[in-house]
Every structure is written in C-alpha cells, then in structure tokens.
Design a protein. Sequence first.
Length: 227
Amino acid sequence: MLLTLIKKRKEADDAYSFIFEPSESIMWRAGQYMFYTLPNDNPDNRGATRYFTISSSPFEKNVMITTRIDKPGSSTFKKSLTEMKIGETIQASGPDGDFIISDPNRNYVFIAGGIGITPFRSILLDLYHRKLPINVQLMYANRDKNIVFKDELESLISKNPNFKIQYFINPTHIDEKAFLTFNSQLSTLNFYISGPSPFVRSIRDLLKEQGALSENIKLDFFPGYES
Ligand SMILES: Cc1cc2nc3c(=O)[nH]c(=O)nc-3n(C[C@H](O)[C@H](O)[C@H](O)COP(=O)(O)OP(=O)(O)OC[C@H]3O[C@@H](n4cnc5c(N)ncnc54)[C@H](O)[C@@H]3O)c2cc1C
C-alpha cells in the first residue's frame, strides 16, 4: 500500500516522527511494525527498505514512524525519509509482528532502550484509549535527557495508578540492582524489551540471570544501530 506523508514532527534532539495517511484502511495491533520501501537513486549498502514499528496507536488511524536521524552519518534511506515533502508517498507492507499485549490484566515490565520506546507508545496509548488497565512499570534507558514521548507518557501516570516510569539516563544504566525491587515477582512478571539489538540482548541475559523465565520475556530487536 502507499502511505502519504502528512506531517513531520521533531520529538526530541535527533528523533523525528513522520506521519502518513494510508491509501486504504489499515488494521494493526498496537506494537506491530511495517516494512517500507523508499527508492533512492544511489542507495548505500543498507539499501532502500527498512522495518519500522508503527509508533501510533490504531485509534490514531494514521501510520507514524519515529526514528533517530544521525545527520552526518545517516544512511541514504534516512536521508530520503528526511527529505520527503508533505504529499509524497512511501511504499509499505504489513502490518506484522507479535510484540503485542494479549492480556492487559497481567503485570508487565516494559524496558526501552532509546528509540525502542516506539512500540510502547503505541501499546500504552492504546490501552488508555480502550479504557483497559495499564499494569506497567516502564524502565526507560536513554543516553541523555532528550527523552522521546516524555510528556505523552507522563500524562498517563496521573490517570493510571498502576503505571510507573523509571528513567535510566547515561551514565546510569539498567543493571542487576534495577531489578532488585521485583524480588520474588521476577518469575511471574511479563518483560517486554525493545531497542537496539545489543541493548535487547544484554537486558534479556541480565533478566534471565536474575530469575526471569524465557517464556515471560518478549523481544523487539532494532538492528542497524550497532555501529
Ligand atoms: C521490527 C523492527 C522494528 C523497528 N522499529 C524501529 C523504530 O520504530 N524506530 C527506529 O528508529 N528503528 C526501528 N527499527 C530499526 C530500523 O529498521 C533501522 O535498522 C534503524 O533505524 C537504523 O537505520 P539505518 O540503517 O537507516 O541507519 P541510521 O539510523 O542512519 O544510522 C545508524 C548508525 O549506522 C551508521 N550507518 C548508517 N549508514 C551506514 C552504512 N551504510 N554502513 C555502515 N554504517 C552506517 C550511522 O553512522 C549510525 O551510527 C526497527 C527494526 C525492526 C526489525
């Protein structure tokens, strides 16, 4: 399907959202992603296609991509995305993915590494919109205080007593001490980890060492941020 760019928004520092209107009605579950093709006359070795989470919630109807643009070192894909003008189109297929919440009555720990916050924005706003419980502790690691979706996420706290956010701003990292508060609950909580692949792997390993069960851990790997 074709997606038409209707809005660009700076979220924080080098993070931007691109909001697209789909050419046909599209249904997705909060937390899913799409596969995008954006032709470039001279693409680099990473090519002209990418996966991105739909950072908008289904009730918002439009498809939002939120990503970091590393201006000097940006891939040709992200240069093309940045240069898109309102009214231009991008090809997309999907949605797909199982990084979704099936039972909101369970207790969740969401762990985001930087831009890995995208599926959590979609899921949290969806739960709120559908008046479902938000039994979520969000552990949000970021390299600095430029926190993507900070205001939107914090606005949910006062209305949802079981929703909490804990920030880990460099040089503070998520380590074994961060999980001490979960104590005996570690084997029953549902952990969702999203972000750059090395971050996701290291938090998964840490959680397993601390006693979390593999079947209670869901992972959303964002490749491409390793270098
Ligand atoms: C299911 C899924 C969902 C995803 N959701 C998101 C999302 O919501 N938001 C998001 O930002 N990403 C998401 N990603 C990751 C996304 O697909 C890209 O891989 C990622 O954003 C990096 O983009 P990029 O390759 O354009 O590199 P850039 O972001 O442009 O650059 C990242 C780093 O790689 C270096 N680099 C750039 N180009 C090259 C090159 N040609 N060769 C060597 N190094 C290079 C840069 O200098 C920089 O250090 C998702 C991935 C998957 C699989």
